[in-house]
Design a protein around this ligand. Structure first.
Ligand SMILES: [Zn+2]
Ligand SMILES: [Zn+2]
Length: 573
């Protein structure tokens, strides 16, 4: 069990307690503990196994919490959390997914208006009951209604990072069984889509019963919805549903191909089989009754005259043509990355020092990083003004003198203000090694205005890259409206790079935009936007997004040496 999963349970507990209206100090204590656990580089699972007495040496972890942590590691949960999960209706917890609505507000609506489902909430908001509650404005009521509409469009989808963490945990446990020969996730999770509707897990095994019994008892599973001889459907604690399918070994590749999808990709696959007088299904590729391929995906693709197509590209967006011609991209991999150009420290809203971030990055094998704390417009994150920024850079240079083996660039994440000017003077920005310009505020401005802001930033000679371009939050907030052609054209003309922000909630650029930017000759940077040393872990999601865009190592600037990277920066630098 990873620290992030353990922390997640305590954050869930804190949310449920807040909904229930418990003592704020207790709630804060659990949140602080969760943060401690999440930011700790040592594995809590190992601490529990080797020296549980050490738990109480961590800040904010007392006897009670230490006991709960031991329980979590041993059983995947603890009784207080289970009781609250039973007590508070699922519909109430779902309200937390509405943008701008936290547990405090959800708790007020649940306790004072007895609202227990999203439908009831919608009716109450439409009747104006919400804005009559203490602490709720008319605007909150409107944004609740908008949020409900958006939620309906999204359906009950989870972020890839959440879904993947859960299925990886289950795979780790099921793969311990002797009767399980092969195991893998399929479906949209394997294609690394930004969100996942439900999970598909495939196993090749000669004892399907053992796998199903084990899954049924797994700490992440809350109930079995359906069970047959070779298929089991379960609901996870998070509400996400998962199908487990047990297939014979000689059909494993066919099943992987079939259940990985996408639907559009598989339509073409079946057509290609039909053209040859064959039949393709989840059991194999058949000529009459005879199976001519099935135990591996590669075999199936080869029989159909294709090179094996990476799952991230299976969307019927040109991958078949490329596969036939032998021009499939050699997709970028995590190991190709050797730098990260967007991260925060305690100077703004990060939790680690410059040195801690640099050392953690070095441990990952990265060769250079850029420290990019917030500019002053972001007051709630303690953004830097010109004076503090210069002092911060001085500190960075001092750290650089103490630490070898990694280069630290003096950077800044500079806001593009609502009026289209930069938050800091051009003079100070030109002193930076690296400037990521971003929109944080005024995302709802009309398209022309947003375009103008971005074009201004791109034309500012100090700006080296645009970060999280649209400002969208996956499943929660649509990004700013803009004309991508205009923006990318300008970025390409002025030599400004574009970021894929790897944070699972952002993943901005999306796959199509990243592909377009690359096609227009713009170097892409994949950055974590880490706010702690643990924050570097999300780099993989940026890589997934880049792979879905068909990006290769050469398309991504932070795969280069610092020397090469510097040469790619705009010439005015
Ligand atoms: Zn930002
Ligand atoms: Zn940032």
């Amino acid at each position: 069990m990873q620290n992030g999963e353990i922390a997640g349970l305590f954050l869930e507990l804190a949310d449920l307690l807040e909904i229930q209206g418990s003592n704020p100090f207790r709630i804060r204590a659990y949140r602080n503990a969760a943060r401690t656990i999440e930011n700790e580089t040592e594995s809590f699972e190992l601490i529990v196994k080797n020296s549980p007495e050490e738990l109480q040496s961590f800040s904010g972890i007392g006897k009670d919490l230490a006991e709960k942590i031991v329980h979590v590691v041993e059983t995947g949960s603890f009784s207080q959390l289970e009781e609250l999960r039973n007590e508070i209706p699922v519909g109430v917890v779902q309200m937390l997914r509405l943008p701008g609505i936290g547990p405090k507000k959800v708790g007020a609506m649940y306790r004072e208006l007895a609202l227990t489902t999203i439908d009831e909430l919608k009716a109450a908001a439409e009747q104006g009951q919400i804005s009559e509650l203490k602490g709720f404005a008319k605007k909150t009521e409107e944004s609740i209604l908008k949020g409900i509409e958006h939620l309906a469009e999204m359906g009950n989808r989870a972020l890839l990072a959440e879904a993947k963490a859960q299925v990886d945990f289950i795979i780790e446990d099921l793969s311990q069984l002797d009767s399980v020969q092969k195991i893998s996730v399929a479906g949209s999770c394997r294609r690394r889509k930004e969100t996942v509707g439900d999970l598909d897990l495939l196993i090749s095994s000669d004892n399907s019963e053992e796998a199903m019994e084990t899954l049924k008892e797994h700490p992440l599973v809350s109930e079995v919805l359906q069970q047959g001889k070779t298929k089991q459907r379960v609901r996870l604690n998070t509400g996400l549903e998962m199908d487990l399918r047990v297939v014979p070994e000689n059909s494993y590749g066919a099943a992987m191909q079939y259940f990985t999808g996408s639907k559009e990709h598989n339509i073409v696959m079946r057509k290609k089989a039909q053209e040859r007088g064959w039949k393709l299904n989840e059991y194999g590729l058949f000529e009459g009754e005879k199976q001519i391929a099935g135990d591996s995906e590669e075999e199936i693709y080869t029989q159909l005259g294709l090179e094996w197509i990476p799952p991230e590209l299976r969307e019927d967006r040109g991958e078949f043509e490329a596969s036939e011609k032998g021009t499939l991209p050699k997709l970028i991999e995590l190991k190709d990355i050797c730098a990260d150009l967007h991260m925060h420290t305690t100077a703004s809203d990060g939790t680690a020092s410059i040195k801690e971030m640099a050392e953690a990055a070095k441990k990952l094998g990265w060769k250079y990083i850029s420290i990019t704390d917030h500019s002053k417009r972001v007051t709630m994150a303690n953004g830097l003004d010109e004076k503090r920024l210069r002092k911060h850079w001085e500190n960075i240079r001092k750290v650089q003198e103490e630490i070898k083996g990694i280069d630290i660039l003096c950077g800044i994440e500079c806001d593009i203000l609502e009026d289209g000017t930069m938050d800091l003077s051009e003079e100070v920005l030109l002193e930076a090694d690296w400037v990521v310009a971003v929109l944080h505020y005024g995302l709802k401005q009309p398209k022309e205005k947003i375009n103008q802001r971005l074009l201004n930033a791109i034309r500012c000679p100090a700006v080296t890259a645009i970060g999280h371009l649209t400002g969208r939050l996956v499943n929660r907030r649509k990004g700013a409206d803009m004309d991508m052609d205009d923006i990318f054209k300008a970025a390409s003309d002025y030599g400004v790079m574009m970021e894929i922000n790897a944070h699972p909630k952002r993943l901005d650029l999306n796959d199509l935009h990243a592909r377009k930017a690359r096609d227009m000759g713009i170097p892409i940077v994949i950055n974590t936007d880490a706010h702690s040393t643990k924050g570097f872990d999300v780099m993989q999601y940026g890589i997934f997004q880049a792979r879905r865009a068909g990006l290769e190592k050469k398309d991504v600037a932070n795969t280069r040496t610092l020397k090469q990277f510097r040469k790619m920066l705009r010439t005015s630098r």
